[in-house]
Design a protein around this ligand. Structure first.
Ligand code: ZN
Length: 85
């Protein structure tokens, strides 16, 4: 992803890890699809911002630690149901 597009995308998602609040390193922040069956997510600089925004709405912003914990099953994804407003 183009660097400036990622900054914009990260800011759109609150600028920090949803779970622990980490925000120190942009490269350590990842987008994680809430619905694992919808793996169409592929942000590239070719996409329009509108399209990126639509994809971002299906994702949460996580730091690499929290992302790895979710991928390893240590954190239950059900937590996101609680976090929805
Ligand atoms: Zn985190």
């Amino acid at each position: 992803m183009h660097h400036s597009a990622k900054i914009k995308a990260v800011q759109h998602k609150g600028g920090r890890c949803l779970l622990c609040g980490y925000n120190r390193c942009l490269r350590a922040l990842h987008f994680h699809h809430i619905n694992a069956f919808e793996k169409s997510f592929n942000i590239s600089s070719k996409n329009s911002w509108t399209k990126i925004e639509q994809e971002l709405d299906k994702c949460v912003l996580l730091c690499s630690n929290c992302h790895n914990e979710i991928e390893s099953g240590i954190i239950d994804l059900g937590i996101f149901e609680l976090l929805k407003d």
